[in-house]
Every structure is written in structure tokens, then in C-alpha cells.
Ligand binder design. Structure first.
Ligand code: PLP
Length: 357
């Protein structure tokens, strides 16, 4: 018998979610964002589910870009943070990768490169997040330098929103972007998932959805995505491996955080923070046991966690448990653990066996 935890990745859900994105952004091209190993879902496993519907793949690591080329993807690939050194830039030329250019050092490296095939560039402007990109007032001069280089092919203006999930949250950024784009007749790529769903005025030429492809929410309110018919692509399951019968006053787990107030059954589940379940999860964290919603009981251990079995008296050794997925939204678990669904999915541990649907 093996340890009963596993993750199920639903490829049809991912294809379905891409279709839903297509409906929201019908007149623009789509970069499917597959960084961080496709948000923990496994790039190698899931890219075929996106390949027939997407216009391109956007990611971070050049290794992943080259892997996609080797796997047969001939369409556009965007390096969201661009090349990290001259060697990577040479690979962009060789393999036809589109690179973001966000800093002067990249501009200098481009000017010095001897790549034969011109490389397409995403000129990144800093529209208020203050992570990457040229200030709006610098963009025109950077653009002029880029167009003068024979090493450079098509140029697209790129920006990234800090709070597209909030009403009016892109207004200031759009002012910066319009300032950056003044006098330039070039395509734009601005929208992440939140802007795909809620800011149609920011769609322009290429959108860059990530989280919604995996069926989770880009906002801190999980119910916000309900109208869009997205399907969770990752479900993490385990089973109950032991039962404890508590008396009033008994405690559970490290630090004795959970204390029974009456006679009570709890179930011990084979899942812990070394599997990617958040150790910060509170006793209010929802968890699905044998068809019923219940809650966590006490601190999450490395390899185990405990659940309150009061709402599910029928549950016993071997009963199925869903940590997140179809029945328990990853966003609800994340919220109860003080984080976001993105982090939980990306942190799914390599030791969890994956089943592909
Ligand atoms: C990660 C990322 C995205 C996708 O963000 P989501 O919120 O997952 O849609 C888009 N653009 C850039 C530059 C990113 O880094």
C-alpha cells in the first residue's frame, strides 16, 4: 500500500478555461502563461491542452522555452522577464523567442549581439508597480534605439497591472501606459487574468492570462470568478489513515492549538506541509471529507493534518479527503491560510504523485 495522497490534473478543465478566456477576449491574441511549471500543474503535462487554442506561451525559464520548441511548438514563446545573459539572448535569436526588454543592460546586450535572425521584443514600461520596466517618459527613446537595431524585429509595448482586480484599479496605470505609447504606432500587451475578466478596455493586441487557465481566481474574493464558468484544474486528494476519539479538554497536534470542548472524533489525514498544504492554515480552513465539508483541527504537521469529523459521522479509515480542487476551492483554502491560490498551486510538492485526467 502506498501513501494515499495524490494530485489530479484535469486537462479538459484547462482547455475549457482557455475557451472561456477566448470568449472574454475574442478579438485579441492570447499568451497562455505557463511560468512556474504551469502554476504547479506541470508544463510538460499540460501544454497539449493549451496548444490548439492558444496563440503563444509565456514563461520565465529559457529551459522551458527550449523544451517547448523541442516538443514541437513552433508558435510564439514570450520570455516574461527577458534574457538574463548574453548566452540566453543568443538562444532567443536562434529559437525565435520573443523577449521582454525592461532595463538598459538588456538594451546594451541587444545592441552588442550578433544574432542573425532578428528577435521580437516586448518593450516593458513601468506603469506603477515599480518592479520591471522603463519609465513612461523613457519609452520613446528606448523604442527609437530598438528600431535602429537590425537585431530587433517586431516591437510590442508591454505593461503589467498591480491591481486589475479592483474597481478603477488600472486607471492610473492606463494613464502611464498611454503616456508611454504616445506617438508610437505599436501593438500592446497589458492584461493579466484580472484584466482579461474585468477590464476589456485593456485587452488591446495580446492578453496574458495565467491563473484563470487553471480555474482559480486572480482576486482575493473567490466568488468573483463564478460568472465565468471556470473549472478547477488541480484537485489534491488523500485519505483518513487514523481516527482519534477525544474527550472535552483534549488537544490535537503541535502546540496543542486545537482543544476539544466535548466528546469528538477527529480524522488524521495523510497530507502535510511537505506536500504543499499550507502550515498557516487556521482551524477555519475548509476541507472535504467523504462528501461533506468540515474544517481543519489544529496545526498542520509535515506529513499529516487532522480534521473535525463531527459533521461526518460516517467517515472512517480510508475515507476520501479533498484538500482542494473540485469541491473545496483552492482560493477558500488559501484565504483561510492567509495566502492566495497561486501560492498553493505553485507549491504542490514534487513528492505528491500526479494523475492526469
Ligand atoms: C504571471 C504574469 C502574468 C499572468 O498573471 P495572472 O494573474 O496569473 O493572470 C501576466 N503577465 C506577467 C508579466 C506575469 O508575470
Amino acid at each position: 500500500m502506498t501513501r494515499p495522497i495524490s494530485a489530479t490534473i484535469d486537462l479538459q478543465a484547462i482547455s475549457h478555461n482557455l475557451c472561456q478566456v477566448r470568449q472574454q477576449a475574442a478579438h485579441t491574441k492570447i499568451w497562455s502563461v505557463v511560468k512556474a511549471d504551469a502554476y504547479g500543474h506541470g508544463l510538460k503535462r499540460i501544454w497539449p491542452a493549451l496548444a490548439s487554442g492558444t496563440d503563444g506561451f509565456a514563461l520565465l525559464n529559457i529551459e522551458d522555452a527550449l523544451w517547448l520548441r523541442q516538443a514541437g511548438w513552433r508558435g510564439p514563446i514570450l520570455l516574461l522577464e527577458g534574457f538574463f545573459d548574453a548566452q540566453e539572448l543568443a538562444l532567443c535569436h536562434e529559437y525565435g523567442l520573443t523577449t521582454s526588454v525592461h532595463s538598459d543592460w538588456q538594451l546594451a546586450m541587444l545592441a552588442a549581439s550578433s544574432g542573425k535572425k532578428p528577435v521580437n521584443v516586448y518593450l516593458k514600461t513601468n506603469s506603477g508597480m515599480n518592479r520591471l520596466g522603463f519609465r513612461p517618459e523613457q519609452v520613446n527613446s528606448v523604442w527609437q534605439q530598438l528600431v535602429s537595431l537590425t537585431q530587433v524585429g517586431e516591437i510590442t509595448l508591454m505593461a503589467h497591472f498591480a491591481r486589475a482586480d479592483q474597481p478603477g484599479g488600472i486607471d492610473d496605470a492606463m494613464v502611464c501606459i498611454n503616456q508611454a505609447a504616445e506617438g508610437l504606432d505599436i501593438p500592446r500587451s497589458l492584461a493579466n487574468s484580472a484584466a482579461v475578466l474585468w477590464c476589456p478596455e485593456a485587452h488591446y493586441d495580446w492578453v496574458r492570462p495565467g491563473i484563470v487557465l487553471y480555474g482559480a481566481s486572480p482576486s482575493s474574493h473567490p466568488q468573483d470568478i463564478a460568472p465565468f464558468g471556470l473549472q478547477p484544474a488541480m484537485t489534491v486528494n488523500s485519505r483518513i489513515i487514523a481516527i482519534q476519539h477525544l474527550n472535552a479538554g483534549d488537544t490535537v497536534g503541535y502546540g496543542s492549538r486545537y482543544r476539544a470542548t466535548k466528546k469528538q472524533r477527529i480524522g488524521i489525514v495523510a497530507a502535510g506541509y511537505a506536500d504543499g498544504y499550507p502550515r498557516t492554515a487556521t482551524d477555519a480552513t475548509p476541507i472535504w471529507v467523504d462528501g461533506v465539508m468540515t474544517t481543519l483541527a489544529g496545526a498542520v504537521s509535515m506529513d499529516m493534518l487532522a480534521v473535525d469529523l463531527t459533521p461526518c459521522p460516517h467517515a472512517d479509515i480510508g475515507s476520501p479527503v479533498e484538500l482542494w480542487g473540485r469541491n473545496v476551492l483552492v482560493d477558500d483554502v488559501a484565504r483561510a491560510a492567509g495566502t492566495i491560490g497561486y501560492e498553493l498551486m505553485c507549491a504542490l510538492a514534487p513528492r505528491v504523485p500526479v494523475v492526469t485526467l
